[in-house]
Write a protein that binds this ligand. Structure first.
Ligand code: ARG
Length: 280
């Protein structure tokens, strides 16, 4: 995609703020940047309707965070692999563009759309807050948060999580749930597996993470941990829906991606990928 100096500056400012650790300031800047980008496009009159959108150069730059099996993980060849990677490549094929994947921190994905990356696919849940900064494609997968505890833990309900130290991946919906648990502290990790390892080491009391990655970790460490389905009445967490995060207001790109997704569902490719990567 075409990058303007303004966009690069915006990205640099966002990165600076992130590195400075001003979480909230960075979030504010994030929202403002989205406005700035819209202005830049208005002024220059370049819109995807005129064939100058993200797809115009034949490359779709996709951001992910390959720390979330089976949706994305680093494969044996060192490249991001997993359900989402296969899905976005299949979408790219339908659209006739090359997919270039950038592996980055989950918490940076939304802010990077429109500058460093065109879209993000990362098992990302549609949330109202994220919708302030980005648009979402049609949803493609249903999820819910799971709770992982050590095999001998007495934690068995949401009430038991009160006042506890809970491992989460930074900026995820699991992280947001911990904010609402009375007296609980979120131990935030950039990599989900580090949260799970700290649970195994006894440094956190529980880990809250999406169902399928929880099942992968649960299987990997099955003698040490046990899982709770967050949708059970004991926890009462709400269902979540994954979608591809898109630049705000690019209706043409959204339509192209949604049409491709619909075709992949229609022709059976989507189900094949589910079987291949997720297995249910
Ligand atoms: N579904 C959760 C969210 O949107 C977690 C996603 C984490 N994804 C990842 N690739 N690390 O917040």
């Amino acid at each position: 995609m075409k990058k303007t100096a303004a966009l690069l500056l915006t990205a640099a400012m966002t990165m600076t703020m992130l590195f400075a650790g001003c979480g909230d300031a960075a979030k504010d800047a994030d929202t403002k940047n989205a406005d700035n980008e819209a202005n830049v496009e208005d002024v220059s009159g370049t819109e995807s309707a005129q064939g100058e959108g993200p797809l115009a150069d034949g490359v779709l730059n996709v951001g992910t965070n390959a720390e979330f099996p089976p949706f994305e993980f680093v494969g044996d060849d060192g490249e991001p692999d997993g359900f989402d990677m296969a899905l976005i490549k299949a979408i790219g094929e339908k659209l006739g563009v090359d997919v270039v994947v950038e592996n980055m921190e989950f918490d940076s994905l939304v802010a990077s759309i429109g500058s460093k990356i065109d879209v993000a696919i990362a098992g990302m849940t549609i949330t109202d807050e994220r919708k302030n900064a980005v648009d979402f494609s049609d949803e493609y997968y249903e999820a819910v948060q799971y709770v992982i505890v050590s095999a001998d833990s007495e934690i068995a309900s949401a009430a038991d999580l009160e006042g506890k130290n809970i491992g989460v991946q930074l900026g995820t919906t699991g992280d947001f749930i911990v904010e609402d648990i009375e007296g609980a502290t979120a131990a935030q990790y950039n990599k989900a597996v580090d949260a799970v390892n700290d649970l195994r080491n006894g440094r956190v009391d529980a880990v809250i993470i999406d169902k399928n990655p929880a099942q992968v970790f649960g299987e990997q460490f099955k003698d040490e941990v046990k899982l709770f389905d967050g949708e059970s009445p004991e926890f009462g967490f709400e269902k979540e829906y994954y979608a591809i995060a898109l630049p705000k207001g690019d209706a043409e790109l959204a339509k192209s991606i949604n049409d491709a997704l619909a075709e992949l569902k229609e022709d059976g490719t989507f189900d094949e990928l589910v079987t291949q990567y997720i297995g249910n």
